[in-house]
Design a protein around this ligand. Sequence first.
Ligand code: NAI
Ligand code: MG
Length: 358
Amino acid sequence: MAEVKKIAVIAGDGIGPEVVAEAEKVLKRTEEVFGLRFELEHGLFGGIAIDQKGTPLPQETLEICQKADAVLLGAVGGPKWDNNSAALRPETGLLGIRKALGLFSNIRPATVFDCLKDASTLKPEVLDGTDLIVVRELTGGIYFGEKFRRETENGTEAVDTCVYNVKEIERIARQGFEIAMTRSKRLASVDKANVLETSRLWRETVIKLHAEYPEVELEHILVDNCAMQLLRRPSSFDVIVTENMFGDILSDEAAMLTGSIGMLSSASLGEGAFGLYEPVHGSAPDIAGQGISNPIATILSVALMFRLTFGYHKEAEAIERAVKEVLDAGHRTGDIAVDKSKAIGTTAMGDLIVAAIR
Ligand code: NAI
Ligand code: MG
């Protein structure tokens, strides 16, 4: 019998609960098939927590996460809370939970499934062989810098500040190098060193650290050029490491290479094995409650959790294989279907994947 692993399950808002329910079925299936043991504890987070507890990140939810070995998160947010003040916005909870749990890196694989090339807007020959990972710094930079407004003679002025120190850059760059070492040993470090001081420090720090990873082929690329090259030659990238805001934008761009945001998993990691796993997509208020969302991103996030936090490699592979098998058999949710009239719903997709886990 495997050791009991504690997973904090935070469904959140919109389609969050729908897709997390399918991921929970996958967890249960792996218990039956592989003898794994999970103890799930559910917590309120995001908009629903604002409504019920008056804060996006209630203390008891944070404690559930801190006691757990890993966190599985759906998505948060929605139009209902869009006009709230910062303290009462679901996204504030998202930034807060990452900070409170010391999660400084966000790992997003973007893998093109052969059978889904028709779902991408890019030409199949451009996509061929695309399998990259964006490693994004998550707790520093302009999203966390001091921000304020002031009155000037030209009217109201808004200020956002971008701050990075060597330690912050070094630990994320190290993760980039480490992940590159497990893959094809190619790392692209993305910055804007021609303009930004934080980027100049970024580049200097990455260059110094490179001395510890001489086997890794390091490329420095400016963020605007990287945005272009991702569309032009996506398969030439392997691991991309970058700061918070650039990573936010580039990882969403990379996401689109694969056709649908409904397919993409992510991990947020700190220094140890603990991690928070979530689909890349948001709460998709436009389709919430209709039972048509794609649960694959969340299910693949479970596979990522198995691999990065628990070291359950063969079980992770079994989940990924099951997803591929179901897709290869032609089953599609609406977001990835070419013929929308043949699309299946969230639970039907979840059931097929669960059944294919062996
Ligand atoms: P979104 O990712 O929720 O939706 C973008 C588009 O993709 C929508 O048309 C949606 O229907 C579709 N989509 C997303 N996930 C899908 C899935 N699993 N299956 C099928 N289609 C899917 O991004 P959007 O619309 O910009 O944001 C909606 C809300 O989510 C906002 O409140 C935003 O702040 C929040 N959000 C939360 C995130 C999180 O919890 N980590 C991340 C991004 C946005
Ligand atoms: Mg984003």
